[in-house]
Design a protein around this ligand. Structure first.
Ligand code: CTP
Ligand code: CA
Length: 225
C-alpha cells in the first residue's frame, strides 16, 4: 500500500547503466542506428533506483520517459557514450544494456550528400570502442560488471565468449532472431551466464527481467562478492 516502505538493499550504492541505441552520423542529416528501444535498459535503471541505488543512466536516443529517481545523461554516438560512462566512474556496479553501434562512418560528410552528380556514395566504416570491454579491463573497474548479448545464432557459446573477452561478471543473453520479437518488444526470454554456469529465466516482461536482475545485483553487492 501507499504507506509501505520498500526495502532498499542498494542504498548508498552507485550504479551505471547504458541503454538504447547509438546514432552514428553519415552526414548532418543521416545516421546509422539499430532497433533498440531502450526499454530493457531503462527498466533496469528504474528497478535499481527502486532498490535505493544512486543510478546514472547513459542513454542513446530513445522515445521513453526518464525513469523515476535516475540521473539521465543523453548521448548519441558510441564515443560519447564511452566518455559519459568514464565520467560516471567510480561506481559499485555497471550494467551495459545499450545496443552500441559496432561501426561508425570513418569520415562523416560535413554537408548533406546529394544524389545529383556523384552516384551512390561509398561509406567506409571503422570500429567503435567497446564500452563494456574497456570498463571491464580498466583499473577503475567496478566490483560488478554485467553485459548483455543479443544473438541470433549459437546464443550460449557466443555469450560465454563475451563474458571472457569483456571481463564481465555476468552476461544476460537473449535470442533476438525472431523478427518483431525482442528488439523493440515488451517481453524477453533471457539466460544469465556467469562463471558458475547458466540460469535459464522464463519468458517475462522486460520490467520483470529488470526487477529480477536488480535483485540479483543487490545480492551480489551485498555478498562482498
Ligand atoms: N557493447 C559495448 N560497446 C560496444 C559493443 C557492445 O559496451 N561497442 C556491450 C553491449 O552493451 C553489451 C555487450 O557489449 O552489453 C555485448 O554486445 P554485443 O553487440 O552482443 O557484442 P559485440 O562484442 O559487439 O559482438 P557482436 O555484435 O559481433 O555479436
Ligand atoms: Ca555488437
Amino acid at each position: 500500500n501507499a504507506f509501505s516502505q520498500a526495502p532498499q538493499p542498494l542504498r548508498g550504492r552507485r550504479v551505471l547503466v547504458t541503454s538504447g541505441p547509438t546514432y552514428e552520423p553519415i552526414d548532418p542529416v543521416r545516421y546509422i542506428a539499430n532497433r533498440s528501444s531502450g526499454r530493457q535498459g531503462h527498466a533496469i535503471a528504474g528497478a535499481l533506483a527502486q532498490l535505493g541505488a544512486e543510478v546514472t543512466l547513459v542513454s542513446g536516443p530513445v522515445n521513453l520517459p526518464d525513469p523515476a529517481r535516475v540521473n539521465v545523461v543523453r548521448v548519441e554516438t558510441a564515443r560519447e557514450m564511452l566518455q559519459a560512462v568514464e565520467a560516471g566512474l567510480p561506481c559499485d556496479a555497471a550494467i551495459f544494456v545499450a545496443a552500441v553501434a559496432d561501426w561508425r562512418a570513418a569520415s562523416p560528410y560535413a554537408s548533406k550528400i546529394k544524389k545529383e552528380g556523384s552516384g551512390a556514395p561509398t561509406i567506409t566504416f571503422e570500429e567503435n570502442p567497446d564500452i563494456l570491454a574497456t570498463i571491464g579491463h580498466s583499473d577503475r573497474r567496478p566490483r560488478l560488471v554485467v553485459g548483455f548479448a543479443a544473438e541470433t545464432d549459437n546464443l550460449l557459446r557466443n555469450a560465454q565468449a563475451k563474458l571472457e573477452r569483456k571481463r564481465a561478471d555476468a552476461i544476460v543473453a537473449n535470442d533476438v532472431s525472431a523478427v518483431g520479437g525482442v528488439m523493440g518488444g515488451l517481453d524477453n526470454t533471457v539466460h544469465l551466464i556467469t562463471k558458475a554456469g547458466v540460469e535459464d529465466w522464463p519468458r517475462m516482461t522486460k520490467d520483470e527481467v529488470a526487477e529480477r536482475l536488480a535483485d540479483w545485483i543487490a545480492v551480489k553487492l551485498g555478498d562482498g562478492g
